[in-house]
Design a protein around this ligand. Structure first.
Ligand code: ADP
Ligand code: MG
Length: 700
C-alpha cells in the first residue's frame, strides 16, 4: 500500500464519483480518503438493545421497542392529519405517528403482529415515535445486526441530495475495507502503555464501526487524547521557544523604590494571592527572558497594586513603565489611583490621552525622552509612534481584549528589546483551561479578594415588581448611595434597544423627578465628550442615577455606587452580567444587584440568572458560562487550534486535556529535542506540524 494512500482523492472511492466528491467537499470539506476517515459519527445506534415501554424516560433519545399495533386511526382534519398507531408491549402503551405517506402505512401495517420499532422518542402525554423504522420481528430476527450503527453529522444540502446516513455508512465501509491499517501510529509505545491506549488503526476502525461499547469508548478516548496531546506539544514548545529565544531586559534588583514603597507606603497588607503573583512577575523579569504574562483577577481583586509594584521593579532597574487602559475614563481612574499610591515616593507619574493639551503633551514627550518621567498612564495615545521612551522596561495593559495584535506589536517596538508585558484582565477563564489554552502567555491568577469585602447581594425580580424596586432605589439614594440602571444593546436589535433605553430613561426621570434626583444617561450614540461629561457627573456624585447601555461595563470605579439594576437581564451573557455586577460592591457599604426580567425565560437564561444569584465567584461563573456556550469567545483561543478540534471537546474533555498535557510535559522533559528512538512517531507528527508553523526550527 502506498504511503500516500490516505491522500487519494475521494472520488476514486468505489461508489463516490466526481459529483458526490464535489458535494462532500463543499459540504463537509472532505477531499481525500484521510479526510473521510477523520469524519466521525456524532452518535451510534445500539441495535442490540431493546427497551420495554415502561423503561422509557424523557432523557432517552433513540430507542428500539418490540410490540404490536392494536389500533390505527387518522387524527386531525383537513390537510393537517396524521396517522396514529397504538403500540403495545407487555409493560405499556405508546404511539407511532406518520405525517407523510399515511395511506401507504394504513394499508400495509399489520395489526397484532410483533414489530420492532426504532426511532427518536418524544413525549406528548404518551411517548411516541414519529416515522419509526419499522420491521416485523420475524424479519428482524432473520437478519444479522451489527452491534452499533454510526450516525454521521449531516447538512441540509446532503439530505436534499440524498446522501443519507445509510450512504455515508456504505462509503465508510468501502473505505475501511480498502484502508487496511493504513494509519501510522502517532504516539510512542511508552505513552500507549502508560495510558493504556489502543493503537491508531484499532481506534480509527472502532470509532466508525465499534465492535462493542467498551472498545468504542477506548477508541474515542485514544483519538481525543492524541488530538489534545499534539496541541499541548505545540503549545509547550512554543512557550519554550518564547522563553529561551526572545530576550528580555533583566530586572535583577529589588531596590530602594520597591522596598521603600513596600515597607512605608503600602496602604494595606497584600493578600496571599497578590504576593504570589508579584513573586511570579519578579521571577519572570529576573531571567533574561521576555515576560508576556496574563494576570487574571476578578473585579475588585486588587490588580492595580500589582501593576504598581511591577512598575517599581522596572524603575529600580533604571527603566520606565507605562500602563495602558482602553478608555479615557479608565486611564483617568488609573492615573488618580496610581498617583495617590505613589504620592509620597517622589516617583513621577503622568497621564496621556487624546484630550491632553498640546502644551502638556509636549512636556510629557520631553520628560519621557530625557528619562525624568517614570510612569506614563494613558489610552491608545501611548502607542503612537511619536511617543518615545528613553528606556521603557515594562508595559502594563488593562483589559487586553480591547487591544489588537497590531497594537501590541507597537508596544514591543518601544525599546531595543521588547519591554516586558503584563496584561490584566477581569474576564476569568477557568483555571484548568487557561493553562492549556495559551502558548504565548504565562498566566497568573489573583484568586482571593481583599479581606472585609461584602458580597454583592443579588436578586432576580420580574418586571411587574418594578415599583417596589424603584422604592428600594429611593431608600438607597436617601442614604447617599448611587445607582446604575443598565439596558442591553445588541447590534441586531439596536433600534429597539435604543427605544427601550430611552423609554426606560423617561420612566425613571418621571419617577425620580428633578431637582430632588439627578439622572445621567450614557450610550454609544453620544459623542465621546458628552459621554465623558455625563460619566464624570456621576463619578463626582452630582447625579444619583446612571442610566446606560453596557458602555459602563469595563472598569469604571465609583465606590459610592451600591446598586446595579440590570434590565432585560435574560438577554445578557453570564460574563457580561458578572462584569456589570462588578461595578458595585467597591465601597464599604452593602451593595446590591437586581436582575430584572420578564416572565418568559428560556431554560438557559434561567440557569444564567440562578448562577448569578447563587455565586459571586467569577471562576465558578466562567465554568458555567463555558458549559452553556462553549469556548467560542474565550480570548486568544482562535489561534491555539483548540477550536478546530475534530474529536475532543475542550469543555467536556477537560480531564483528558489535563492528562494529555501531563503526557506532553513528560515527553518534553525526558526528551527535550524529541530525538529518542522511542519517540520517533511523535517526532514525525511534530515535523509535519512544523511544515505549517515556524517554531520547530528552534528545537531541531
Ligand atoms: P481590580 O482588580 O478590579 O483592578 P483594584 O486594584 O481596583 O481592583 O482594587 C479594588 C479595591 O481594593 C481598591 O480600592 C484597592 O485599594 C483595594 N485593595 C486592593 N488590594 C487590597 C488589599 N490587599 N487589602 C485591602 N484592600 C485592597
Ligand atoms: Mg482595575
Amino acid at each position: 500500500m502506498p504511503t500516500n494512500f490516505l491522500h487519494t482523492p475521494i472520488e476514486y472511492l468505489n461508489g463516490v464519483g466526481p459529483a458526490r466528491a464535489k458535494l462532500l467537499k463543499a459540504e463537509l470539506g472532505i477531499q481525500t480518503y484521510g479526510d473521510l476517515a477523520n469524519f466521525f459519527p456524532n452518535r451510534y445506534i445500539d441495535k442490540t438493545k431493546y427497551y420495554k415501554i415502561n423503561q422509557l424516560v424523557p432523557e432517552t433519545t433513540h430507542v428500539q421497542v418490540v410490540g404490536v399495533i392494536t389500533h390505527l386511526k387518522t387524527v386531525g382534519n383537513g390537510k393537517a392529519t396524521r396517522l396514529v398507531a397504538t403500540f403495545k408491549d407487555a409493560t405499556g402503551v405508546m404511539e407511532l405517528v406518520w405525517f407523510r405517506s399515511q395511506k401507504y402505512f394504513k394499508d400495509s401495517l399489520k395489526l397484532n403482529e410483533p414489530y420492532v420499532a426504532y426511532g427518536k422518542i418524544s413525549k406528548y402525554g404518551m411517548y411516541s415515535i414519529a416515522h419509526p423504522d419499522l420491521e416485523l420481528l420475524k424479519e428482524h430476527k432473520s437478519r444479522q445486526h451489527s452491534a452499533m450503527t454510526p450516525i454521521y453529522p449531516s447538512t441540509e444540502q446532503l439530505t436534499k441530495r440524498n446522501i443519507t446516513n445509510k450512504m455515508m455508512v456504505r462509503m465508510m465501509q468501502q473505505l475501511f475495507s480498502e484502508i487496511n491499517n493504513a494509519f501510522t501510529e502517532t504516539l510512542s509505545p511508552e505513552l500507549m502503555h502508560q495510558y493504556q491506549l489502543v493503537d491508531k488503526n484499532t481506534a480509527m476502525r472502532n470509532a466508525h464501526f465499534p465492535s462493542d461499547a467498551d472498545l468504542l469508548q477506548r477508541s474515542i478516548y485514544r483519538l481525543k487524547f492524541e488530538e489534545l496531546f499534539f496541541i499541548q506539544m505545540e503549545l509547550l514548545l512554543q512557550n519554550r521557544v518564547r522563553k529561551t529565544r526572545i530576550k528580555g531586559y533583566v530586572f535583577d534588583q529589588v531596590g530602594e523604590r520597591f522596598n521603600d514603597f513596600y515597607n512605608n507606603h503600602l496602604p494595606f497588607e497584600l493578600t496571599g494571592a497578590q504576593k504570589r503573583v508579584v513573586k511570579e512577575i519578579r521571577g519572570d523579569m529576573g531571567t533574561g527572558a521576555h515576560m508576556n504574562r496574563l494576570l487574571q483577577g476578578d473585579v475588585g481583586s486588587g490588580k492595580t497594586i500589582v501593576a504598581v509594584l511591577t512598575c517599581l521593579l522596572a524603575i529600580d532597574n533604571g527603566f520606565q513603565a507605562c500602563i495602558m487602559a482602553p478608555t479615557e475614563i479608565l486611564a483617568q481612574q488609573h492615573y488618580a489611583g496610581v498617583s495617590e499610591l505613589l504620592e509620597k515616593t517622589g516617583i513621577t507619574v503622568r497621564i496621556l490621552t487624546g484630550s491632553v493639551k498640546t502644551k502638556d503633551r509636549k512636556l510629557i514627550h520631553e520628560s519621557l525622552e530625557d528619562g525624568s518621567l517614570d510612569i506614563l498612564i494613558g489610552t491608545h495615545a501611548l502607542i503612537e509612534d511619536k511617543v518615545k521612551f528613553k528606556n521603557l522596561g515594562v508595559a502594563i495593559v488593562d483589559e487586553q481584549h480591547r487591544f489588537g495584535v497590531a497594537q501590541r506589536a507597537k508596544l514591543w517596538k518601544k525599546n531595543d528589546l521588547p519591554p516586558h508585558i503584563l496584561v490584566m484582565t477581569a474576564t476569568p477563564i477557568p483555571r484548568t483551561l487557561a493553562m492549556s489554552l495559551y502558548g504565548d502567555l504565562d498566566v497568573s491568577v489573583i484568586d482571593e479578594l481583599p479581606p472585609g469585602r461584602k458580597e454583592v447581594k443579588t436578586v432576580h425580580r420580574y418586571d411587574k415588581n418594578r415599583l417596589s424596586v424603584f422604592s428600594f432605589l429611593k431608600d438607597e439614594i436617601k442614604k447617599g448611595r448611587q445607582v446604575y440602571v443598565v439596558y442591553p444593546l445588541i447590534e441586531e436589535s439596536e433600534k429597539l434597544d435604543y427605544k427601550d433605553l430611552m423609554d426606560g430613561y423617561e420612566s425613571i426621570a418621571r419617577d425620580f423627578p428633578s431637582p430632588q434626583y439627578q439622572v445621567s444617561i450614557v450610550h454609544g450614540r453620544m459623542k465621546p465628550e458628552d459621554k465623558d461629561y455625563e460619566m464624570n457627573r456621576f463619578v463626582k456624585g452630582e447625579t444619583q442615577i446612571m442610566v446606560a447601555t453596557t458602555v459602563i461595563e469595563v472598569g469604571v470605579n465609583v465606590p459610592n455606587a451600591s446598586v446595579m439594576v440590570i434590565e432585560s437581564a435574560e438577554r445578557f451573557g453570564l460574563s457580561q452580567l458578572h462584569q456589570l455586577r462588578g461595578r458595585v460592591g467597591r465601597g464599604a457599604d452593602q451593595s446590591f444587584c437586581i436582575l430584572m426580567t420578564s416572565y418568559k425565560l428560556s431554560s438557559e437564561a434561567k440557569t444564567r440568572l440562578d448562577t448569578m444569584v447563587a455565586t459571586t465567584d467569577g471562576f465558578e461563573i466562567a465554568e458555567v458560562d463555558l458549559k452553556l456556550r462553549g469556548p467560542g469567545d474565550l480570548m486568544g483561543t482562535r489561534q491555539s487550534g483548540i477550536l478546530s478540534l475534530k474529536v475532543a471537546d475542550i469543555v467536556k474533555d477537560n480531564a483528558i486535556l489535563a492528562t494529555a498535557r501531563t503526557a506532553a510535559q513528560y515527553v518534553l522533559q525526558t526528551d527535550p529535542q524529541i530525538t529518542l528512538a522511542s519517540n520517533t512517531n511523535i517526532r514525525k507528527v511534530m515535523t509535519f506540524l512544523q511544515s505549517k508553523k515556524g517554531f520547530w526550527k528552534y528545537i531541531s
